[in-house]
Design a protein around this ligand. Structure first.
Ligand SMILES: [Zn+2]
Length: 418
């Protein structure tokens, strides 16, 4: 089967799906304790469940915690081991995902794209745009994020599934599909029973630029700093008051700016304050701490604890508590035990006409947590760029290559393991 011969069909299908899915409001909510964190994620989960059923797949479930689980049976006679593909339905809470109105720029000419609401995508600032002259590019209208993270991954898996059903002559083993909620708030696999899955190998479709494959990610901690102040009327506060707002400012100012996301790239880790709330009586600060090296993450957590104690010493009437929680672990070590999976993925990307680029992810995915739980799950490109904001964009050609990569993984797995 020459997958490239299907390009035109793939292109139409994946774009059509993508444009439909991004319009569904699925922002997750890190302040909610429910599963899923926002009811609205069911809107897309149920839509996907219905579409998978309409394709003719019998084994489709939308769980009460918003997981879509579907299984394409193996083609007749195939005894190839099952494979799993995952993507997430939620979008990042960083910017609204309500009323997303995608803009489609056919035959991109290499110029500045005035996306709307006073915003533009300028190749001077985003030179990667120049690589996609002549392609169709999808952007936001400037007022929301796009949600290519990860609706591009969802659309690519759905397109691949529909194509496999339309072409029963392509032989394959069982293919499992899982769409998860709440990946963006780090809870993407909390409600997933991995023992119930059939596959021993999985791929998340949740990466960036075409060709990128990721087998390494940050080790991640979240740290919550609670500062209890000592409040007294400011008119009679001399030598008594411990103002939590001032202490919070001082606390934050002592975190090394050279270890911030703004100052780091490549393999360097960081501290990033992501949230602050409160008043002079009490302030809560949430920080995320990241590094590829576990020891370095722990060093930073320790530093924040020491900084809390330093504040207590400097302001004897305040109380500072520092609580840390591990979010996910660098998957490099676990994945290095399955070199054949990365070799297969690399070959699948090459067969799709793209140069594979192995990149460490400056973030994490459901795949990191699954790998930690014993299911090796590297992350594959979706083609999307500038995730989580109004400058998100994606070339349709890259989505096509991602679909081809899924299909080539399926074909190669069958060739090698069938
Ligand atoms: Zn994502």
């Amino acid at each position: 089967m020459d997958i490239a011969s299907l390009n035109e069909d793939l292109r139409r299908d994946v774009l059509d799906r993508f444009l439909r899915y991004v319009r569904v409001y699925t922002t997750s909510d890190r302040h909610s304790d429910t599963m899923p964190s926002s009811e609205r994620q069911f809107d897309l989960a149920r839509m996907l469940g219905d579409e998978l059923t309409a394709m003719g797949i019998e084994d489709v479930t939308v769980t009460d915690t918003c997981y879509v689980i579907a299984r394409l049976p193996a083609t007749t006679g195939s005894t190839t081991e099952p494979l799993l593909f995952l993507a997430h339905v939620d979008t990042a809470p960083d910017l609204t995902g309500e009323n997303v109105s995608p803009r489609v720029w056919d035959n991109y000419d290499g110029g500045v794209l005035d996306i709307g609401h006073g915003y533009s995508l300028d190749p001077e600032e985003y030179p990667t745009l120049r690589r996609f002259v002549g392609d169709t590019i999808v952007t936001t209208d400037g007022s929301t994020l796009l949600g290519a993270d990860d609706k591009a991954g969802v659309a690519e898996i759905m397109t691949a599934a529909s194509l496999l059903i339309a072409h029963p002559e392509i032989e394959h083993g069982e293919i499992e599909i899982v769409f998860t909620p709440d990946e963006e708030i780090g809870r993407g696999v909390d409600g997933l029973d991995i023992d119930a899955l059939h596959s021993n190998v999985a791929f998340t479709m949740d990466g960036g630029i075409e060709g990128s494959i990721e087998a390494e990610c940050f080790t991640a901690y979240q740290v919550t700093v609670s500062i209890d102040g000592y409040v007294i009327h400011p008119g009679s506060a001399k030598n008594k008051m411990a103002n939590a707002v001032s202490i919070a400012g001082r606390f934050l100012s002592m975190i090394p700016q050279s270890e911030s996301p703004e100052a780091t790239d490549g393999r360097d880790g960081f501290y990033c304050p992501v949230e602050i709330s409160g008043s002079s009586g009490g302030v809560n600060i949430v920080l995320i701490v990241r590094d590829f090296d576990h020891e370095e993450v722990l060093r930073r957590v320790k530093f924040l604890e020491t900084l809390g104690a330093t504040m207590e010493a400097a302001y004897p009437r305040c109380r500072v508590s520092v609580a840390s929680e591990k979010q996910y672990t660098n998957m490099a070590e676990a994945l290095s035990k399955s070199p054949e999976i990365m070799a297969l993925l690399t070959e699948a990307v090459e067969r799709s006409g793209v140069d594979p680029v192995m990149e460490p992810i400056r973030g994490g995915t459901d795949g990191a947590r699954l790998t930690e739980m014993g299911l090796p799950t590297p992350n594959v490109f979706t083609g999307g760029m500038n995730f989580h904001g109004r400058f998100e964009w994606i070339p349709v050609g890259s989505m096509v290559k991602a679909v081809q990569t899924i299909l080539n993984v399926v074909l190669l797995w069958h060739e090698k393991r069938g």
